[in-house]
Design a protein around this ligand. Structure first.
Ligand code: 4AD
Ligand code: MG
Length: 455
């Protein structure tokens, strides 16, 4: 596998493989430049590495060139790789001003990113420029690595990646948080029936689990919930594995293995980027994640969770007790303070969960599980599915839904139905947990939240 295109080697590759004395050529953007009488320094990055290349100019550049070598000017530098006398980097490039070619200058007085550290809130208003800042360089390298490790986890275990539709004809979660898909100005629905942006690929991926046994989806999902919080977005990515011949214990075992493996592999793949998160975004986050995944995850039932909340002596904003929803404050108390690590909560009241979850014998609860983690609360929601035709049909009717709309889904229970289940991991929430990023708007390239969809 070549890390180079035909004509350009990445800075990451060069910093690992260049040798002193070799001719150098890099292309990138200037992070910082410093000029003095005898010697000048340019630091150049191209996104392939958290590290910059130091370019040392032994002759002073002309005033004109100097004016064009400010922050974020795009340059090509040729010269010679030499051993770097400072401790900062092993290699640097020695060049003359003639060997620095400005490909796309930036006028420093007009450039919107001025100070060395600008606030995340401000950078959100210039989301087209923020990928070039240190924090977002690290964020999007880690986001990429995390996706890769997720695919790797499933591919190494023989799971098939199924591309479930973005335009969906049903409300999987039954929560009514749908964006509809319409052609402006047309009175008849384009698809002959109402359609929506998918809230989850689960129902469709279940069809494939009953044919390929182990499958997963990984794609964008859309929810029209009007939640203006730091952990909700209207467009987010979700990973949904689905396994056949499996019960809730199997689903939980898979989820635990998955979260542990992708966490450790991403920390390792992006060790340098995590130094930034550890120092500037959430102090000690790397050790906190490591110690969270080092030990077995805790597991309690919803009923036990409510009892723990009641015994805690805390005063919560939202009510507690059997039947009450676990709110973010409750989830964080359980994961952060009580268990001090990830905890699976199982067997929620059926009223709180979607129609497809398997009904427990108590008649009150379903075989559901949420995984709660410190700092964030829920990052995974999953369940064993109701594989019994009669029970599923009855629940659909009970909830006032139309069984005909789910005829195809009910067919799965008619023809070779097996116990099965799966879960959904919120991709941005996972990224936030690993890095300490506090707002989901900073974990996705172009966030969509209520009242805000620029670009
Ligand atoms: O708990 P949820 O709604 O579960 C499902 O959609 C199931 N169909 C999954 C399955 O069993 N296959 O969503 C799963 C996860 C949540 O735990 C959360 O991490 C994330 O998706 N999530 C959101 N992330 C960001 N913004 C939102 N508005 C989110 N809603 C859910
Ligand atoms: Mg959920």
């Amino acid at each position: 596998m070549s890390p180079t295109s035909a004509r350009r080697s990445s800075i990451d590759h060069l910093l690992q493989h260049a040798e002193p004395g070799q001719p150098a050529r890099i292309e990138g953007w200037i992070k910082t430049s410093r000029f003095s009488k005898n010697v000048s320094f340019l630091h150049v990055f191209d996104g392939s590495s958290p590290r910059t290349v130091q370019v040392v100019l032994s002759e002073p550049p002309s005033e004109d060139l100097k004016g064009r070598l400010g922050i974020h000017s795009a340059v090509r530098v040729q010269g010679t790789w030499v051993a770097s006398p400072g401790g900062e980097q092993a290699l640097e490039i020695q060049a003359t001003p003639e060997q620095v070619q400005v490909i796309g200058p930036t006028d420093p007085s007009a450039y919107p990113i001025q100070k060395k550290r600008t606030s995340l809130e401000h950078l959100r208003t210039i989301a087209h420029l923020r990928p070039r800042t240190n924090t977002f360089q690290a964020t999007f390298r880690v986001r990429n690595a995390l996706s890769w490790q997720i695919h790797r986890f499933f591919q190494e275990r023989g799971f098939l990646w199924i591309h479930t539709p973005i335009i969906a004809a049903s409300d999987t979660e039954g929560a009514g948080e749908l964006f509809s898909v319409e052609v402006p100005g047309q009175s008849e629905p384009f698809f002959g029936r109402p359609t929506y942006l998918t809230v989850s690929g689960q129902l469709q991926v279940e069809c494939f689990a009953q044919a390929f046994s182990n499958v997963y989806t990984f794609g964008p999902t859309f929810r029209a919930e009007n939640s203006n919080t730091a952990r909700h977005a209207n467009e987010f990515w979700m990973i949904e594995p689905e396994i056949a011949f499996a019960d809730l214990d199997d689903v939980i075992a898979l989820a635990e293995d998955f979260v542990r493996q992708i966490s450790l592999a991403t920390l390792e793949q992006c060790a340098q980027d995590f130094e930034l998160f550890d120092r500037f975004v959430e102090k000690g986050v790397v050790q906190a994640v490591r110690s969270s995944v080092d030990k077995p995850f805790a597991r309690i039932t919803y009923r036990e969770a409510q009892e723990l909340l009641q015994q805690s002596g805390r005063s919560f904003e939202y009510p507690i007790g059997f039947g009450q929803a676990l709110q973010a404050e409750h989830e964080r108390f359980l994961a952060e303070e009580y268990f001090k690590g990830p905890v699976f909560v199982t067997d929620y009241p059926k009223e709180q969960k979607a129609f497809y979850m398997r009904q427990n014998d108590d008649g009150l609860t379903v075989a559901a599980t949420d995984l709660l983690v410190p700092r964030l609360g829920e990052i995974i929601g999953g369940s064993q599915r109701e594989e019994r035709l009669d029970q599923l049909k009855r629940r659909i009717v009970e909830l006032g839904m139309e069984p005909d709309d789910y005829a195809w889904y009910l067919d799965l229970r008619r023809f070779g139905s097996v116990p099965h289940g799966g879960f959904g991991l919120g991709f941005e929430r996972m990224l936030m947990w690993l890095t300490g990023i506090k707002n989901i708007r900073d974990a996705i390239p172009f966030p969509r939240t209520p009242g805000s969809a620029a670009y």
